[in-house]
Design a protein around this ligand. Sequence first.
Ligand code: AMP
Ligand code: GLY
Length: 420
Amino acid sequence: MNLLVVGGGGREHTIIKKLKENPAVEKIYALPGNGGIAQDAECVNIKATDLEGIVNFTRGTKIDYAVVAPDDPLVLGCVDLLEAEGIPCFGPRKNAAIIEGSKVFSKDLMKKYGIPTAAYEVFTDPADALTYLETAPIPTVVKADGLALGKGVTVAMTREEACGAVREIMEDRKFGKSGDRIVIEEYLEGPEVSVLSFTDGTTVKPMVSSMDHKRAGDGDTGPNTGGMGTVAPNPYYTKEVADACMETIFLPTIRAMKAEGREFRGCLYFGLMITKDGPKVIEYNCRFGDPETQVVLPLLESDLLTVMRAVTDGKLAECEVKFRDAHACCVVLASEGYPLSYEKGYEITIPEAVSEHVFVAGAALKDGRLVTSGGRVLGVTAVAGTLPEAVKEAYEMAETVTFGNRYMRKDIGARALAAL
Ligand code: AMP
Ligand code: GLY
């Protein structure tokens, strides 16, 4: 079988390594992939958002199955286009990817179907939003409606900060059209849990839970990033919480999407907060999380391609999705200065003994050498019987991977360890 994977980050590298475990896989094309993915797939320099380029590529190449991993191509309708070419895909169609593509859509969906989430108001006019903020409860949270490279959310601890976020999004148009509308919502408190799930639109099978570390600095300080490390499972996601989530969030969401004529097939990511009133949805993503995938998929015991095809075929109920009874920790190695400004182009050295545990995100090949080309450069994942062992081993391996301006958080897993 020939596979196509759209995307080029650590998430895609993890997916590709896992897909390769299936002996039926002959060839994987990654569009665009990256310098590290080139070890495991044939990278073709077509951007994940260049839908026309992707379709043209498939017309000249035999592709039996495609996985569309990032949010932008999914929201733009990449799956619809590939299906029209006769290629079965893993990933939601455009009308279902809107669950991530529009926060107004997802909030209205949750309200209509009684799915627990933060209370909210929607604004299309900045003046109305600013008037509302004069008396709104503080802290509050301001969110751009559309995709904003993960930077569209401001948790405002003061009224001024909230007003500043409204002006940036709606007046300065910091995220372009994504800021035509905004959501201002209730500030929730409690531990956060990420749950990725496989769903074919009817059946939902949650994967092992995980915990992201979004801030750049130790002790959860500094600016928000795409994620500096993850652990799985998340100790706050107890059996009780999991049961409540299935009953009040996961199944109701799948049914709601189906009832709206927007059947969701693919990976639906639930960003949850475990509040004192029970679990609530902070966000939905229409795809695998990054770097959540780097701890979740290494724990998947079932064959990934088999599960993905069951999702596509609407046969997930009959497909076993099994996870190992173990713990995983991923430490992200970034370029110093990320997510603001950073230098790149430094040579990366990965010892042979750890390369199996490395998922490459921001690296390119230059004269045959792997060099840094992004903020998050790679992730190093360890799997072990206990969380303390997984954290220790991930850091031991991370220390052996070297490049100029290397930066990592030193406390990935600390919060989870304290919760145990
Ligand atoms: P997002 O970009 O949607 O992942 O949001 C970024 C982060 O903002 C989340 O991981 C939460 O930590 C925080 N956040 C989002 N919504 C809320 C909320 N209603 N209350 C408190 N924190 C929130
Ligand atoms: N790590 C968060 C995300 O993938 O959205």
